[in-house]
Design a protein around this ligand. Structure first.
Ligand code: GUN
Ligand code: ZN
Length: 436
């Protein structure tokens, strides 16, 4: 059995600091030894030379060892059009997104982009993500093949769309079901790969397809359902037109049976108390995508509402590339803080790092497996560099407490602040991540 051992400061959450005493919501060990074996964390505790005997220990001074980051909403085919200028959601989809996604009819293209995309995630310390592919089954094959080769724990699925998109991107209720079923049967639970039934959003699916998606999801317990909800005002008006029988947007998904445990909804900006209550009751999760929401001018997610103690809602973070402008969960947290500031509520560093790790794992119903550094958890880690840039190094010199240091990372940090990433107990080869 090959063991990996690392030494450094460890931070891991045991509870949500929004609902418990923030000071006891995490474990911080200034000088820790983490031992990994067979893809799992075997032990974590204070560093003692005796415990390190016979181990080849990699030491990370001036660093913070965190659980690998969890991204609850991202589109791998949009890597090639991240940062496309000047449109709001529906125009942006038609002008840039649907054009780019047509390239994924070509398996070779899909394989090339899957590699770049997964490298970017890992360069940013993101070890698990809920990922949209395109309507083409081969885009899903390319993604899972690459993820399997890297041993990353990923959730992904074939986008289902049978209306209101270019003909080259349309399936039908029947082919969408059949293709998704084939992919689900092949990939769900194979190694670390998990399948998400993925109707893109209500406007691009007919009633028949939404019904088929719900049937597929219900027929396969343990699989996921991911889609978009209430991102943009134009989208809301369109949904109202297309589904006049449903009183509100979320009701459309609920009416078709797409709300429940292991359902993940991106954005959730323009929603009300009834919606939050539905999420709570059904155990569904929201993916907060701040860089995307600011980039497309979509609006400001109400994290404080989601976190209301009387009816807590599961929330994780999403980079939402290509509308999102960064793969970095640190940059995503920095923008989440600014979005929260617009509501005068703020987001503490402890709340932020919880969201990016254990909170994300809970949103994906993977708590107990990922998102914590504790014996038995999968050994996915992000090693953050407290001296990543001259400015961060200088600023850290004036940060006295752990929360202050974390806040500097989420305000100034990006991919440069990730010194190393571990997947299933092994350091990801830095050279490989630079290769294209
Ligand atoms: N709504 C439906 N599809 C998409 C997408 O690809 N990106 C974003 N941001 N919103 C969507
Ligand atoms: Zn999205």
């Amino acid at each position: 059995m090959t063991k990996t051992a690392i030494r450094g400061a460890v931070l891991t959450f045991t509870a949500d600091p929004s609902y418990s005493d923030p000071d006891t919501s995490y474990q911080y060990i200034e000088d820790a030894l983490v031992v990994m074996a067979d893809g799992l964390i075997e032990s974590v505790g204070e560093y003692r030379p005796e415990a390190a005997q016979d181990l080849d220990v990699t030491h990370y001074p001036n660093a913070l060892i965190c659980p690998g980051f969890v991204d609850c909403h991202i589109h791998y085919p949009q890597t090639q059009m991240i940062g496309a200028y000047g449109k709001q959601l529906l125009e942006w989809l038609n002008t840039y997104t649907f054009a780019a996604e047509q390239d994924f009819a070509d398996l070779g293209h899909a394989q090339r982009v899957a590699k770049v995309f997964l490298n970017e995630l890992l360069r940013n310390g993101v070890t698990t993500a809920a990922v949209y592919c395109t309507v083409h089954p081969q885009s899903v094959e390319a993604f899972f093949e690459r993820s399997e080769a890297l041993s990353t724990r990923m959730i992904a699925g074939k986008v289902m769309m049978d209306c209101n998109a270019p003909p080259a991107l349309l399936d039908t209720a029947e082919t969408g079901y059949a293709d998704s079923l084939r992919l689900l049967e092949k990939w769900h639970g194979r190694g670390r790969q998990l399948y998400a039934v993925t109707p893109r959003f209500a406007p691009t699916s007919t009633s028949g397809q939404l019904r088929a998606a719900a049937r597929l999801w219900r027929e396969h317990p343990g699989t996921y359902m991911q889609t978009h909800l209430s991102e943009n005002q134009g989208e809301l008006a369109w949904v109202q037109e297309l589904f006049p029988e449903s009183a509100r947007y979320l009701q459309v998904y609920n009416d078709y049976g797409l709300l429940g445990e292991r359902s993940i909804f991106g954005h959730c900006i323009h929603i009300g108390e009834d919606d939050f209550a539905d999420f709570h009751r059904h155990g569904a999760a929201m993916a907060h995508c701040p860089t995307s929401n600011l980039f497309l001018g979509s609006g400001f997610f109400k994290l404080h509402e989601a976190k209301k103690p009387s009816r807590p809602v599961k929330v994780g973070l999403g980079a939402d590339v290509g509308a999102g402008t960064s793969f970095s969960m640190l940059q995503t947290l920095g923008e989440a803080y600014k979005v929260a500031q617009t509501h005068q509520t703020g987001l503490t560093a402890l709340q932020g790092f919880y969201l990016a790790t254990k909170g994300g794992a809970e949103a994906l119903s993977l708590d107990g497996k990922i998102g914590q550094i504790a014996p038995g958890f999968e050994a996915d880690l992000a090693i953050l560099d407290l001296k990543a840039t001259p400015l961060i190094e200088f600023r850290m010199g004036f940060a006295r407490t752990l929360p202050e240091k974390l806040f500097v990372l989420m305000t100034l940090g990006d991919d440069r602040a990730v010194r190393a990433t571990y997947v299933a107990g092994k350091a990801v080869d830095a050279w490989m991540l630079r290769s294209r």
